[in-house]
Ligand binder design. Structure first.
Ligand code: NAD
Length: 478
């Protein structure tokens, strides 16, 4: 495949400037396609188009919105193999994971098709005689979406679908290295019957396109998923112009393994959570906190299990883990492996690049026995590199789990109801997993974190209504 991916603005495809290669991280000599980037002026046109379309779309019949979203979901589900293949080639996730993600994107559109018909409201008695009070929800207006590269179908879906369901218009900016998936979404939406300007997709850098979007006065709200530094910089800009924002950012998610855990199950949770999707999940378990009495046994079982993990081309059968998504991400991973050694960690597995038939960013899944103060145990890496930490007992493990600036997800493996219940209550995270990997969530319930991981209302499920609508309180004297 060597396709050219372009932007979609006001119902038109806009080629943009230059043919930039869209890299395949598993085969650097065979790009997936090319894409053109647009400039600030084109981005402004996209926000203008979305603003112009907002009043009418905001008052559209919810059945119309439901039908359109349902049809989009149906098409994505019917084409999930093909879309999954594009995702695997562009981002490097294995084909099975990529097809799963495409399926999830389809389900999300279908979920929000239903929600378009269930926009909640309330009617209350007033404290004044003869007066009725109604509380209704209305669209926010024009929503800017800035997305990362690691879930290039699912994250756009969980932002675009609720935005449209609740009557907002959209300008969607994907991450630079995944223009193909963004284009595929836009191509499906371009044929779904949306009025001109309701959905726009803009390809380009964060610095140019992202900034032009945020600075445009026509934008009413911004939903961002990405790294903490970018998120916090955007948060300051949003605050300066009182823009409604929702931010999902990084994680340094702990998986606690207690002495009473089923150790085989705990190893599977750790391997899945730390290494699948090449560790490139904001919910990845990057700190494995293990009770001292089973620490060495757990480490030995991890080494045996990790020796069986196959790293390679994500399209090839039997491959468990694909490459890092980009050279920049591979370099970050390698720099943290160096930091792991420098800080005195003991390398238990991996630590080196992997040769494959093609040139790609392949790295062996890596495990260090580390200290809580080591950089690999404190900073988000976003690659297949995990720190194994020793805890004296449950209380110590819980304290270590919470000793982080992040608060996205926390997991525990235990057969103790008492410890599981206590952990669910006291883990300082937006999501908690018991005997499950920290990564892997349902699409119909809220997703998000605490502390530096998140800001603003939750995403997904019925909680999405908080961000994508604004509340109106109306009083009537009958
Ligand atoms: P990133 O912050 O580098 O980029 C995210 C997006 O912001 C991209 O579209 C980028 O182009 C844009 N951007 C960058 N600079 C910008 C600027 N100055 N103005 C406007 N836009 C700008 O993140 P990434 O490398 O794409 O993704 C990885 C990060 O995403 C990790 O930290 C990961 O934890 C996080 N993530 C979080 C969640 C979650 O829900 N919490 C989910 C997935 C990924």
């Amino acid at each position: 495949m060597n396709q050219r991916f372009s932007s979609y603005i006001a119902g038109q495809w806009v080629e943009g400037d230059g043919g930039r290669p869209n890299e395949n991280p598993a085969d650097l000599d065979t790009p997936v396609g090319q894409y053109g980037v647009i400039d600030a002026a084109h981005t402004a046109q996209a926000v203008d188009a979305a603003s112009a379309a907002a009043p009418k779309w905001g008052l559209s019949n919810p059945q119309q919105r439901a039908d359109i979203l349902d049809a989009i979901g149906t098409e994505i589900l019917a084409r999930k193999q093909e879309l999954g293949r594009l995702l695997a080639q562009e981002e490097g996730k294995t084909l099975a994971e990529s097809i799963g993600e495409a399926g999830r994107a389809g389900q999300i559109f279908k979920f929000f098709a239903g929600e378009a018909l269930r926009i909640p409201g309330e009617k209350l008695a007033s404290t004044r005689p003869g007066v009725d009070v109604e509380i209704t929800r209305e669209p926010v207006g024009t929503v800017g979406i800035i997305a990362p590269w690691n879930f290039p179908l699912a994250i756009p879906a969980w932002k675009i679908a609720p935005a449209l369901a609740y009557g907002n218009t959209v300008v969607f900016k994907p991450a630079e290295i995944v223009p193909g998936c963004a284009w595929a979404i836009a191509e499906i939406l371009s044929r779904a019957g949306l009025p001109e300007g309701v959905f726009n997709m803009v390809l380009g850098s964060g610095r140019v396109v992202g900034q032009a979007m945020i600075e445009h006065k026509g934008l009413d709200a911004l939903t961002f998923t990405g790294s903490v530094p970018t998120g916090h910089a955007l948060l300051k800009q949003a605050a300066a112009r009182a823009l409604k924002v929702q931010m999902e950012m990084g994680g340094k998610n702990p998986l606690v393994v207690l002495a009473d855990a089923d150790l085989d199950q705990a190893v599977e949770c750790a391997v899945n959570g730390a290494y699948y999707s090449t560790g490139q999940r904001c919910t990845a378990s990057s700190r494995l906190i293990v009770e001292a009495s089973v620490h060495d046994e757990f480490a030995a079982r991890m080494q045996a299990r990790m020796a069986k993990i196959r790293v390679g081309d994500p399209l090839e059968q039997g491959v468990d883990i694909g490459p890092a998504a980009s050279k920049a991400q591979l370099d970050t991973n390698l720099s943290y492996i160096k930091a792991g050694h420098e800080d005195g960690g003991e390398l238990l597995a991996g630590g080196e690049q992997v040769e494959w038939k093609t040139r790609g960013h392949f790295l062996a899944p890596t495990l260090f026995a580390a200290k809580p103060s080591d950089r690999i145990a404190r900073e988000e890496i976003f690659g297949p590199v995990a720190a194994l930490l020793r805890a004296d007992d449950y209380e110590h493990a819980l304290a270590m789990a919470n000793d982080t600036e992040f608060g996205l997800c926390a997991g525990i493996c235990t057969t103790s109801l008492k410890h599981a219940s206590h952990f669910k209550r006291h883990a300082q995270a937006g999501m908690v997993m018991v005997n499950l990997p920290t990564a892997g969530v349902d699409p119909h319930v809220p997703f998000g974190g605490r502390k530096a991981s998140s800001y603003g209302p939750r995403e997904q499920g019925r909680y999405a209504v908080e961000f994508y609508t604004t509340v109106k309180t109306a009083y009537t004297l009958a």
